[in-house]
Ligand binder design. Structure first.
Ligand SMILES: NC(=O)c1ccc[n+]([C@@H]2O[C@H](COP(=O)([O-])OP(=O)(O)OC[C@H]3O[C@@H](n4cnc5c(N)ncnc54)[C@H](O)[C@@H]3O)[C@@H](O)[C@H]2O)c1
Length: 355
């Protein structure tokens, strides 16, 4: 056990309470010192639950010389400003995904990280999932042969989160289903396929169901409790596209909302010797083999563990060791921001983008 890492968590909403705060509490090498939210009640509640000090301005956290590292769990609009200020104040940073709303903000974050030499990891939690690492292992072991095509499906029927709120307002979120769900799928595929680099991107994005907020048919809102009929919905609720890389071609369909009641959250890795269908929600996967002149399929089960705990544990250890090379570091993750930026540009301009 090394020196205890003194932590501040900035933003005490859903992801902080579901994963960062309990995972820090479970880690014997972490000491949660501050919880911060601009909403006083949220910071106060977290302080009570986790035995930390509540503050309402993140500057108090990053200006405290006692603090070693922070988690940024705020909406996307302030990821880059908080991360850059924290890095410049000498703190290590774990910032929730996406790195930022737009590529230029993510690049500024990367510059600050590289200038200060501190850690900047992005919350791409799939890299810490046991099943994803098993898929990566099978691919690296050559079980699929050469992977020529990966297909990602992140489609749901009625899942626009908090329509008219932060998630559907581009100025706050940077985008819709791609930047919220698609980022996880792109990142997972890049990780499993040995970090290929994108060459061209072509896509189209749609906002037909949510734009007419008053008439959007839904059952419930999963992020914010209800629709804001006077709010904004200027993001994509569904998207389709193709990414050519120096490795496999990646094609995708994503939807927060569509008029097909199928929840299709999976990734198909298609190689010349075998294939894998990875079920995103459950983490189970099936491996299809052509070994020994026979077609076979194997469904894998394994101990799933808690990926968020794995992520936080790896971060604490990295801070103790001064290791800025975790697979979630910004220098790797910037490729996802680069691809998403090209996807959005392609959809806006209705043409292929060369990177
Ligand atoms: N890794 C994952 O699987 C995952 C899952 C959910 C959310 N997220 C990401 O986590 C982030 C937060 O999402 P959420 O669902 O928890 O949102 P949320 O709205 O539930 O929580 C965000 C909190 O940040 C607070 N906040 C806003 N601006 C702040 C500021 N300047 N200083 C301090 N606090 C501030 C808000 O008041 C709110 O309490 C988003 O970037 C989202 O993409 C990641």
């Amino acid at each position: 056990m090394g020196k205890k890492v003194k932590i501040g968590v900035i933003g005490c909403g859903r992801i902080a309470n579901a994963s960062h705060l309990p995972s820090y509490r479970n880690n014997p090498d972490a000491e949660l010192v501050y919880v911060c939210d601009i909403l006083k009640d949220r910071a106060d509640e977290a302080a009570k639950e986790y035995g930390a000090k509540a503050v309402y301005d993140y500057k108090e956290v990053i200006n405290d010389p006692e603090i070693d590292a922070i988690s940024i769990c705020t909406p996307n609009y302030c990821h880059s400003s908080i991360a850059i200020e924290a890095l410049n104040a000498g703190k290590d940073v774990l910032c929730e995904k996406p790195a930022a709303r737009i590529l230029s903000e993510a690049e500024e974050m990367r510059e600050a990280k590289n200038k200060t030499g501190k850690i900047l990891n992005i919350g791409v939690v799939n890299r810490f999932k046991n099943g994803v690492n098993k898929v990566k292992e099978l691919i690296e072991g050559g079980e699929l042969g050469n992977i020529h095509h990966v297909y990602m499906s992140f489609r749901a029927y009625r899942s626009i989160p908090g329509i008219g709120g932060a998630f559907t307002t581009k100025a706050i979120s940077g985008g819709g289903v791609l930047i919220d769900w698609g980022i996880h799928f792109i990142d997972l595929v890049l990780y499993c396929c040995g970090e290929p680099k994108a060459k061209t991107v072509s896509s189209e994005a749609f906002c037909h169901l949510g734009k007419d907020i008053k008439n959007y048919n839904y059952v419930y809102m999963w992020a914010e409790p209800s629709a804001d009929f006077n709010g904004t919905c200027d993001i994509e609720e569904s998207i389709t596209g193709l990414i050519r890389t120096d490795g496999p071609v990646i094609s995708f369909n994503g939807a927060w909302a569509q008029n097909i009641d199928e929840d299709e959250m999976f990734i198909d890795f298609m190689g010349d010797k075998g294939g894998i269908r990875y079920m995103y929600r459950t983490g189970e996967f099936t491996y299809y083999s052509t070994k020994n002149g026979m077609l076979s399929s194997t469904k894998y089960t394994y101990r799933q563990g808690d990926a968020f705990q794995n992520e936080i544990d790896a971060y604490i250890k990295a801070v103790q060791e001064g290791n800025d090379q975790l697979p979630s570091n910004i220098n790797i993750n910037i490729e996802t921001s680069r691809i998403m930026d090209a996807i959005y540009r392609s959809a806006e301009q209705h043409r292929e983008i060369t990177l």
